[in-house]
Write a protein that binds this ligand. Structure first.
Ligand code: DX5
Ligand code: ZN
Length: 214
């Protein structure tokens, strides 16, 4: 299992150092949660902050846009150094245009589904994206409880991709830690985001290695 620590749980006063700490601890990707206070009831950081911390690691930047109009800002996040940009299928932007814009910038596009959104919502776009991110909490905040009832969506997406001969990465985000990683692994998830479980651990390297072992 690949592990992407969510910087949402880091000490924002030293975000660069926190990225270095996660890099040394063996993180596979860095997960950056962008919230606009409109799509979700919380505000985090935007492209200028991501651009500033990009230099602290060579690991992939997995930028999760919880914003209403990702098409408007896709160029900014590409310029900031994102390797992957995921955005919500529930957003207000034209989905095809947003995918095409991200791809045109040499960045991998992915779609995210909230807990109340069915897996089938991403089916029309599976040919055009590299990744589907299944939310296992309501987006907006770290430290929430894992929703195991989201896992059947993973199988639905994987079955549809298999049927159509599409290679797809499946990522899960929210409430993942020692108590829930096994269920996620058994469901066939490739990449797990982990905020609290990694940043609040006494030993981040041990915490990441344990999660990766599933
Ligand atoms: C929630 C974010 C997540 C989340 C992960 O809106 O997308 O990345 O903060 O944090 P934990 O692992 O603490 O649930
Ligand atoms: Zn996230």
């Amino acid at each position: 299992m690949k592990i992407a620590p969510s910087l949402l749980s880091c000490d924002f006063s030293k975000m660069g150092e926190e990225i270095v700490r996660m890099d040394k601890a063996g993180a596979d990707w860095m997960h950056l949660d962008v919230m606009d206070g409109h799509f979700v009831p919380n505000i985090t950081f935007g492209a200028p902050v991501i651009k500033t911390v990009r230099k602290y690691t060579d690991k992939p930047f997995d930028v999760h846009l919880m914003i209403s109009d990702p098409l408007k800002y896709a160029d900014d996040f590409a310029d900031a150094g994102a390797d992957i940009i995921t955005f919500h299928v529930e957003c207000d932007s034209d989905i095809d245009k947003t995918i095409d814009k991200i791809r045109s910038r040499g960045v991998k596009p992915g779609l995210v589904i909230k807990p109340n959104t069915p897996a089938s919502a991403v089916f029309p776009y599976l040919d055009k994206i590299d990744l589907v991110l299944v939310m296992t909490v309501e987006p907006g905040f770290g430290g929430q409880s894992f929703m195991a009832d989201m896992l059947p969506k993973v199988k639905e997406i994987k079955d549809e991709c298999k049927r159509r001969g599409i290679d797809m990465l499946i990522e899960a985000d929210g409430g993942i830690g020692d108590a829930t990683i096994e269920q996620a692994a058994n469901a066939g998830i490739d990449v797990c985001v982990a905020g609290t479980a990694v940043f609040k651990a006494d030993n981040a390297a041990e915490a990441i290695a344990k999660l990766q072992s599933y």
